[in-house]
Design a protein around this ligand. Sequence first.
Ligand code: C2E
Ligand code: MG
Ligand code: MG
Length: 593
Amino acid sequence: MISANAFESSDESDFLDVVDDSAPSTCGAGSVWRLLIVDDEPDVHRATTFALNGLSIFGRSLEFLHAYSAEQAIAILREERNIAIVLLDVVMEREDAGLALVKVIRRDLNLTDIRIILRTGQPGYAPEIETIHAFDINDYKTKSELTRAKLYATITSALRTYEQIRALDDLAFYDHLSRLPNRNRFIKVIDERLASEASGDTVVAILDIDDFSEFNDSLGHQQGDRLLQAVAQRLTASLGSSTVVARIGSNAFGLMGPSGSLDPIALLDLFHSPFQVQDDSMLVTATIGLVRLTDTNEAGRGAIKDANIALKRAKKNRRGSFVVYTKDMGIEIRERVRLLQGLRSAVDTNRLFVVYQPQVMLGSGQVVGIEALLRWRNDDGRFVPPERFIPLAEASGLIIALGDWVLRMACHELVRIHALGLPALRVSVNVSQLQFRNPDFVEKLVKAIADTGVDASCLELEITESVAMEDPDFMLERFAAIKTIGVTIAIDDFGTGYSSLSHLRQLPIDRLKIDRAFVNELSSDILGGPIAAMVIELGRNLNMMVIAEGVETEKQAAILREMGCHEGQGFFYSEPLAPPELKDWLLAHRAGA
Ligand code: C2E
Ligand code: MG
Ligand code: MG
């Protein structure tokens, strides 16, 4: 196990120099209190140091820094670290020199934890109460009040506040497990780097430990914590003082440094040897997303976001790899996010609707069914194609709710169609993988059927071939449950997946749907289309119905008919139609013309 002492090693002090300009005293700020005396009268400096000489407060002695003008004070405050208190003369070169300096300390130098004690030779220069609050001034005293006893009391109280502020900062900006800066602090550090001139060559990286939650679950949280500490230690020890290491998520580290010292390959190499975690030796891998600060438009938060985009890419490719962010990635992702937001609001504002495409018997031309297809008309009136928004809805999980809604709409529509005196028609509904695998799927299906009063045997679900072919045991069970209700199943886009024949034979499938790419292949001159022919033969041999989608010409319909394909669907018969047009179309074709 990593002892707390391991973090007090010499690497740490290097590291703190870089990472942390305001590290809390509890992690290495030294054993004295630093006081800055700002006064244009040398006598006041002497009197103050004399009065406080030899004192120890909360077990620490005092160290004095001296400035004789506001300008000098600013220079010292820029240079020196861990100054706890400024004893500040209100009237120096100018009447307001002291207050102007207070503003610089708080606003320009952004030193918020330093305690400020104002002093003045003569009463009547006291700042307004509002100023005292606005600039967090601890105390205001006339110089005559600064006897040893009073000074001691004033300074002790200021130091107590200072310690409390530092402790709060510590909580707000440090990760307690690793003693590293946390996400908030990391963002600040990046912002500071961006504000400085030196940001040109800087790289920000997120290093994510692969499958960490599995380690945690199998070995227990304590071991998980120790592993994180070991990783933190190896990172800080190997990366040297020019790189900032932070812990920005449960198993994610943020790194910032010059590109030369943040070489992703070298970083991944750090994971080639196991981590010693108590008695265990653990081998873990990490995945890294990186961004050059010059490639990100936004501040620290934006840099982390962009590095995260790269990280996600890397994870998608392969764990244990890295990806460097490019601007294109950001544009693409933001576009997706925008689209997804649009889709969410489309759900709320009824901009989604369902159209229905007729399906006919190739032999007789008789209408046998309709396929429900989802449509999204954007705010500007344009359609977003399902090929774009369905994958997005799938990736975000929104498809579960959407799919459920389409199912209900389709059932309602079919009930209306049956009421027109077309009782034999069926409706088929596309079901996405996530939706189909959802534990509640069958229950929701049963409920939709019950609520709408649709005849279950007229409802068909379209599952794509690739989905049907994975996880055979699960599919077998789910298909069986669906068949029990009386609902039929079609395999969509057939021919594009890699069906195992034995698996295909096991599943209770009613219909194979030849992918439209293979229908498209059926050229007008040659009676070719080997895949279409194969699918049709396969389906017939397995006692399944076969339907061709994307039938656009009479010729294609004729070829398919000749090949023995049972049914067809496509622009040759009808485009997908909104309910009113569908009703007209169905009534016009009811005789099976
Ligand atoms: P799919 O299930 O294979 O649907 C058939 C697609 O072919 C539909 O495209 C349809 O409009 C189009 N199509 C029909 N006839 C022809 C034709 O003769 N020629 C050509 N070139 N195309 C034809 P759409 O409506 O754009 O849908 C695309 C895909 O989006 C669907 O493919 C389906 O995978 C998915 N999708 C649509 N609605 C839903 C839904 O409610 N839920 C789910 N999960 N997916 C849906
Ligand atoms: Mg379909
Ligand atoms: Mg299809």
